[in-house]
Design a protein around this ligand. Structure first.
Ligand code: GTQ
Length: 345
């Protein structure tokens, strides 16, 4: 690629004439916006060990009452994007949220989509569109765009969960806003969901739901059992991984971000090719090492890391006896819809 003309090559009075008319010459900036072969990524590989953030999150519980926080969250911010921009990647936001016994995070609804991956504690719940979802470690709970949601806590110890939102993307699109609301009436329990068991539905009364999000709560006990069964029954499978999907369509459970759970068998080393999507890894159980160029993050329980797109990654489980379970979030659904998704061998 040959060098293009620089801004300084242009006469000052010409540059000023352009600026005065809100005009910009493309060629000095062309290579910056269209770099050869590999996109410029501000997303840095970063790890947030849970044991380092947990005391600071609990301190937030002492420093800031719920009325002053609405959502008591420490954001896992990627310095590559500038901490103040509160992004883990270009599209993904990560936050660790703390709810203390008896607290209530009031109802609101917003345009960004959220999910919660429950990290610790018991007795808390989130009510999404009137459906009450009890929280247990490893559960995934959806809060899709536009649905009312609030969090409550009837237990006796702090509850912490990881929020994953497409907020950076929705904000970038100038479509991010919130509406505040009143406490919701509970009209359904997620535990009574129609979709209790893959492949069967309540008969004879089943009607397809009108919602794009027929399942809001994916209990970890079921996902974990599915992964263990896959590992046992399909020993030759390349990756023991399940995606969180809409059971009525088989499509990704949300429209912008994708979510999956991966089991690394004892001693397993899994190399993933470079893909165009950025990825987040959160350790649900066991320990795994996430290796990308120049970094090897040794994830312990509840640690979270992210990596940029177009980067090959190797996941390894050093334990000879225990599986490692990882929750993965990425922006592949968005990229696929836009025709931008790539896998590079
Ligand atoms: O729990 O509704 O981490 O609205 C950021 C924004 C959590 C929530 C976040 C939110 C929420």
């Amino acid at each position: 690629m040959h060098a293009l003309g620089r801004l300084e090559d242009l006469p000052l009075d010409y540059r000023e004439a352009l600026t005065a008319k809100n005009l910009v010459p493309l060629w000095p900036s062309l290579r910056a916006v269209l770099p050869p072969r590999v996109p410029t990524r501000r997303t840095q590989p970063i790890c947030w060990p849970y044991q380092e953030l947990r005391p600071l999150l609990l301190q937030a519980g002492e420093l800031t009452p719920m009325e002053k926080a609405e959502r008591r969250v420490l954001v896992l911010a990627n310095p590559g994007h500038g901490l103040e921009n509160m992004k883990a990647s270009a599209t993904m936001y990560l936050g660790m949220q703390l709810l203390l016994p008896g607290e209530w995070a009031p109802a609101h609804r917003h345009t960004p989509n959220a999910v919660r991956m429950i990290v610790e504690g018991a007795g808390a719940y989130t009510t999404v569109g009137g459906e009450k979802c009890l929280m247990s470690r490893g559960d995934l709970i959806l809060t899709p765009t536009g649905l009312w949601h609030e969090h409550g806590h009837d237990g006796d110890a702090p509850v912490v969960w990881l929020d994953v939102l497409d907020l950076p993307l929705v904000y970038f699109m100038e479509t991010s806003y919130v509406v505040e609301g009143k406490r919701q009436a509970v009209t359904a329990e997620a535990a009574d969901s129609t979709y209790q068991c893959a492949g069967v539905l309540p008969a004879p009364a089943f009607k397809r739901s009108q919602s794009d999000f027929p399942v809001l709560h994916y209990p970890w006990v079921k996902v974990r059992a599915a992964l263990l069964a896959m590992a046992t029954n399909q020993p030759d499978i390349e990756a023991v991984q399940v995606a969180y999907v809409n059971p009525e369509t088989g499509a990704d459970c949300q429209k912008i971000l994708g979510f999956s759970a991966l089991m690394l068998r004892p001693g397993e080393v899994l190399s993933l090719p470079a893909r165009s999507c950025a990825m987040v890894f959160h350790q649900i159980e066991g320990g795994a090492t996430v290796s990308v160029e120049g970094h090897a993050f040794q994830l312990a329980d509840a640690d979270t890391c992210c990596i940029p797109g177009y980067t090959p990654v190797t996941l390894s489980n050093a334990s000879a006896s225990e599986p490692a379970f990882i929750f993965i979030a990425d922006d592949a659904p968005l990229q696929k819809k836009l025709g931008l998704y790539e896998v590079r061998a």
